[in-house]
Write a protein that binds this ligand. Structure first.
Ligand SMILES: Nc1ncnc2c1ncn2[C@@H]1O[C@H](COP(=O)(O)OP(=O)(O)O)[C@@H](O)[C@H]1O
Ligand SMILES: [Mg+2]
Length: 265
């Protein structure tokens, strides 16, 4: 169950800088407000180009906002000034980007351990936790393989647990399974829900896939085309644990799917 708001997004707006000799660029996001509860799995669905990645970049503090605020645990994050940004809010916000960004010269295990090394938190306990996560997503036996020796699905799993391993209270995910085939994608969705169930992190998961938004989320926000505003908000009460592969047969799925599809048009 979702508790107190962990993240509060208020009137967030974004317009990229004007380039010399060009028209001012349009607003990408305008006056967007929503909250994310502690332990909630929020999915955000919007058409391609609607500003989803831009939104996550601002929440992750890797891009500045043109207006509005982001609060994390009631503290205002400094996102108005590009020079004051604190990417990842000192490791409190994990970010699984669209690309897996594994380091090609590091093995699976050493990629997963990398954030712990950077944070100076690599010890017997955190190493054992990393090994547990590797087993949990079926990467046991591949610890010493390099990224180019893994399939796309395996690389995604490695990048997912590399974020889980340092235990940030919030994880942002940007269409992480978009490039995978349907079978692998369903497998990873199941893995993700299983991992989430182990720790119940707060997750903000962006997708352009309606079925994915419904299958994973406690709640979904539907975004308009840019400038992104909220076209709809839906609680998803399909009980957990969910059967990802059979979710279309649940009575709640069809009507919700149709409503979201109408809001996207
Ligand atoms: N760094 C940037 N500079 C200028 N325009 C950008 C930049 N990043 C994204 N945009 C524009 O912002 C809009 C939204 O992009 P994006 O957030 O990537 O959308 P989505 O992730 O929903 O597909 C697009 O029109 C894109 O061209
Ligand atoms: Mg994007």
């Amino acid at each position: 169950m979702a508790g107190q708001p962990l993240l509060e997004i208020h009137d967030l707006s974004k317009r990229f800088a004007q380039r010399a000799g060009r028209e001012p660029p349009p607003w990408v996001i305008q006056d967007l407000s929503f909250t994310v509860g502690e332990g909630e799995f929020l999915t955000i669905i919007g058409p391609s180009g609607s500003g989803k990645t831009t939104l996550l970049n601002m929440i992750a503090q890797i891009d500045s906002a043109s207006g509005g605020s982001v609060r994390f645990q009631s503290q205002i994050a400094p996102i108005a000034d590009p020079k004051a940004l604190n990417p990842g809010l000192s490791c409190q916000i994990g970010y699984v980007t669209q690309e897996d960004n594994l380091l090609p010269w590091r093995t699976t295990l050493r990629n997963v351990l990398f954030p712990l090394e950077v944070q100076g938190r690599l010890n017997d306990e955190t190493r054992a936790h990393a090994q547990m996560l590797i087993r949990a997503v079926g990467l046991a036996g591949f610890e010493d393989h390099y990224p180019h020796e893994l399939s796309g699905g395996m690389r995604k799993r490695a990048s997912l647990i590399r974020t889980l391993v340092y235990d940030p209270p919030v994880i942002l995910m940007d269409e992480p399974f978009g490039a995978l085939d349907a079978q692998t994608r369903a497998q990873l969705q199941e893995d993700l829900l299983r991992l989430w169930d182990l720790g119940r992190k707060t997750i903000v998961f962006v997708t352009h896939d309606i079925a994915e938004a419904i299958a994973l989320g406690d709640r979904t926000l539907v975004l308009t085309r840019a400038p992104a505003r909220i076209a709809g908000e839906h609680k998803i009460t399909i009980p957990r644990p969910r059967d990802i592969r059979g979710i279309m047969t649940h009575s709640e799925f069809g009507p919700l799917y149709q409503r979201i599809r109408a809001e996207l048009q």
